[in-house]
Design a binder for this molecule. Structure first.
Ligand code: LMR
Length: 400
């Protein structure tokens, strides 16, 4: 008897971001430049281990903590340190206990648990993401059972945000739509909303009965930890219920430890406890409980003011380097007389620049120059350094 169980399985397409990373690794040419995944690199092209992380790792090694299960919701106390960072230590949300926070498998894990919870427990079926959005948002939503709609965001003609289009599209969404919003360092465009614009988004969400799901994977990469939480603080002040996914992959360079958090802001401490019980059951049905290592590192730093301050300094070093490379690329493109004005690169924020390069031009960069970017024209600025920026600028100019 022939077993045909898997014979009809069709190969999945390569991931739009991580697939490019794999192609870069397989390319043996030199020079080559990886501008694909959002991973911080130093001037020497390495992802650094932060000093605060090194210290925590040494302390953890000394402590030899037994590897027993940790709670389904994560390490005890993790919820508080996360909430203080996201909402501010004095925030009413932290004081009142009306938010439920669980430790998650990175930002992606937070998004997935939140989406599953809203779908299975609250019956949400429609979702909306910005056009464009992070390569994985729509796939996550579809896998979680949602119909995925889009709202206008990127304004190619004006190198910015089509804010009127965004508001118009949000207003047209049915009540109970789960709306994914990038709270800072929009991925992929790098264009963020002003505080006044966020207020309009909040009003549209409140009026339309929409459910905001704020994704904050890059807190600290725009202006600083506090400033970058502006959108979340405005949502908090509005009094509405919403969800937040946060990540420490980027801000701690702890990518492989899968450490993030999901926070659900409810209307009372009692509601938060009930929601927490459901989040735990979603976690239990997926992976039982999170790993402890990354959480212990993050907690050690966030719960100690001295270590926290040292971490903020290290985060600032990363942010400043990225900004300097933005300027270096834009200046170099101008210096060599590129056919387009690329000054917008310095007005974008976070790790990415949405260059406006076409899929064909991106393919030429890879084929002819071994420079790897995402097909939609997104480049990760962290892959640039003073040793390769001229090469990258020259290559970009030659595919225009
Ligand atoms: C990115 O957007 O490049 C990062 O968030 C990495 C990823 O998982 O896609």
């Amino acid at each position: 008897m022939t077993d045909t169980l898997f014979s009809g399985v069709v190969a999945a397409p390569a991931d739009p971001i991580l697939g490019v990373n794999e192609k870069f690794k397989a390319d043996l040419r030199s020079p080559k430049v990886n501008l694909s995944a959002g991973v911080y690199l130093t001037e020497e092209g390495k992802t650094p281990v932060l000093n605060v992380v090194k210290e925590a790792e040494e302390a953890l090694a000394q402590a030899a903590i037994p590897h027993t299960y940790i709670p389904m919701s994560g390490l005890p106390g993790y919820d508080k340190v996360v909430q203080q960072m996201v909402f501010g230590a004095d925030s009413e949300i932290v004081q009142s206990g009306r938010a439920a926070t669980i430790q998650s498998l990175g930002g992606t894990g937070a998004l997935k648990v939140g989406m599953d919870f809203m779908h299975h427990i609250l019956g949400c079926t429609v979702s909306a993401t910005s056009k464009p959005t992070w390569g994985n948002h729509n796939a996550l939503l579809a896998m979680a059972g949602y119909e995925v709609r889009g709202y206008r965001y990127y304004d190619a003609a004006n190198d910015g945000v089509d804010f009127n289009g965004m508001i118009e599209d949000l207003k047209a969404l049915p009540a109970k739509t789960l709306v994914v919003l990038h709270s800072c360092c929009h991925n992929p465009t790098g264009y963020d909303l002003s505080a006044a614009q966020w207020q309009e988004v909040i009003a549209a969400c409140q009026k339309g009965g929409l459910i905001p799901f704020l994704d904050m994977a890059y807190q600290g990469f725009r202006e600083g930890l506090e400033q970058d939480a502006t959108a979340i603080r405005l949502f908090a002040a509005s009094g509405m219920s919403f969800l937040v996914a946060t990540s420490y992959s980027k801000s701690f360079n702890l990518y492989s430890e899968r450490i993030g958090a999901l926070t659900v802001v409810t209307q009372s401490a009692q509601q938060a406890q009930i929601v927490l019980s459901q989040l735990k059951s979603v976690v239990r049905c997926n992976y039982s409980n999170p790993p402890a290592y990354g959480g212990r590192i993050v907690m050690r730093v966030l719960s100690d003011p001295v270590k926290f301050a040292l971490w903020e300094e290290e985060l600032a070093v990363m942010r400043v380097r990225i900004k300097a490379m933005r300027k270096a690329l834009a200046d170099e493109l101008q210096r060599i007389g590129a056919k387009r004005d690329f000054s917008f690169i310095t007005r974008q924020a976070g790790m990415f620049s949405f260059t406006g390069l076409s899929a064909e031009q991106v393919a030429r960069l890879a084929d002819e120059f071994a420079i790897y970017a995402v097909k939609n024209g997104r480049i990760c600025i962290c892959g640039l350094n003073h040793g390769n920026v001229e090469y990258v600028a020259k290559s970009i100019a030659s595919v225009l």
